[in-house]
Design a protein around this ligand. Sequence first.
Ligand SMILES: [Zn+2]
Length: 137
Amino acid sequence: MPSPYLNRLENVTKVAVRTAMSDATKQLRQRSDCEVSPESNPTNITVSFDSSWKTRGFYSNIGFGAVISTDTKKVLDYEITSSLCEKCSVWTEDKQKYRPAEYEKWLERLRPNCNQNYTGSSQSMEPEIAKRIWGRP
Ligand SMILES: [Zn+2]
């Protein structure tokens, strides 16, 4: 079971990262040459996108991708994909089969915090990450 302190640290870190990315976007919006779309997103900016994996060799279960402003060099958005979840892996098929009620109860509690957000090959993580980032409203 993950430590409650780790969960708090993760939540605080997420807030800090979102704030930093929001500030980076605001900084771009304030530029005189930045066009702002009706959705208030900066549209006349140049960005780079790159991704990586936790491990080499096209077998990684965790991928990461980020969009970075080429002008400010600041991260504007990112996405992490994971094809596994350590929290869920403690429930083997046998354990699920022999204790289904307990498993369902546990799953209901965990579901919002499950780390698995991707099914597919590690090679297809990069286009999926880009799709998710550019698909955001
Ligand atoms: Zn999980």
